[in-house]
Design a protein around this ligand. Structure first.
Ligand SMILES: [Mn+2]
Length: 310
């Protein structure tokens, strides 16, 4: 039987985590075929498909990755879009980590054996995967190009996020050529998949894109809800705050910060529940009410990074 390697993104997967895994699995299988290696790479996921991923996979006739809960001894694993145990599949410490493809800070994973690592400080893991294809001269099929392009566009918020780099722009142009799609209209189609703000389940509104961090020795949750219909999203403020308070009760977070990000106006409303002290001091705000933060679009660079310095 062929050797098997699982490729998995982080928990609470976003479009980039799932799409980068799918495209990397295609790349690795193709490279293995060319090199005559008997190994099968399978993209898997740790949570539900985001609606834009669901739509894009369907449009391109790609089967959704299998849902898994954990890995264990004897499993070989490549992780994408993260490199910390806190965000990784359960049991990763018992499995064999054979590769990392990511665009975040280097986390705390360690290995006993050498491994493949490709990390670049670009706008998405999909950008890194696209560059890997090109480095190896492996052609990107049209369906996989759609998957990659979609993830670069959602992760960089159609290039409006400060995490977007000139390298992302270059890979977007390359993928536009293959897919025949135009970045802004395709990006808007993807964001519109997230649905009408008044219909989204409040749990999904708050938690669909949420990550735990340790700030000043305490666990906090930083969540982001990106919208192309900001007024409708803010109609949900009281419900969202209720949900954030119940998350604090359940998990003992010091605080929960929800960024409601207006993609069109390029800024975020900060909603904070729990202990406001640290976010107020770090951002110089009074977050007893929603606070508009112009230009703040990136959780990683503009919100998590300053908080992690505390
Ligand atoms: Mn990403």
């Amino acid at each position: 039987m062929a050797d098997k390697v699982l490729i998995v993104g982080h928990k609470n997967p976003d479009n980039d985590a799932i799409s980068a895994a799918i495209a990397l699995a295609y790349f690795e299988n193709e490279l293995a075929r060319q090199e005559g290696r008997e190994v099968e790479y399978e993209a898997v996921r740790l949570g539900p498909l985001p609606p834009e991923t669901d739509w894009n996979l369907e449009e391109n006739g790609i089967t959704e990755p299998r849902l898994i809960e954990s890995v264990g001894a004897g499993d070989k694993v490549i992780i994408v879009d993260h490199s910390e145990y806190g965000q990784a599949v359960d049991g990763l410490k018992d499995a064999e980590l054979v590769g990392i493809v990511d665009h975040h800070r280097l986390g705390d994973v360690t290995t006993a054996a050498p491994l493949y690592v490709t990390m670049r400080p670009w706008g998405s893991s999909a950008t890194v995967v696209t560059s890997i294809f090109r480095q190896y001269g492996i052609e990107i099929p049209v369906d996989i190009a759609h998957v990659l392009l979609s993830a670069i566009l959602t992760d960089t918020v159609i290039q409006k996020s400060p995490t977007a780099t000139p390298h992302d722009a270059m890979q977007i142009a390359y993928l536009e050529d293959i897919t025949g799609k135009e970045r802004v209209s395709f990006g808007q189609e993807l964001f519109r998949c997230r649905g009408r703000e008044d219909e989204i389940d409040i749990k999904r509104f708050v938690e669909a894109d949420s990550k735990e961090f340790t700030v000043a020795g305490k666990t906090v949750l930083i969540a982001q809800h990106e919208t192309v219909d900001f007024p409708a999203a803010m109609e949900r403020e009281q419900e969202a705050r209720e949900r954030m308070r119940s998350l604090i009760d359940q998990h003992g977070y010091d605080f929960v910060l929800l960024m409601v990000t207006d993609i069109l106006e390029e800024g975020s409303n900060f909603l904070v529940e729990g202990n406001h002290e640290v976010p107020d001091k770090v951002f110089g705000i009074d977050s007893s009410e929603a606070v508009w933060m112009p230009g703040v679009l990136s959780r990683k660079k503009q919100v998590a990074a300053p908080l992690l310095e505390v």
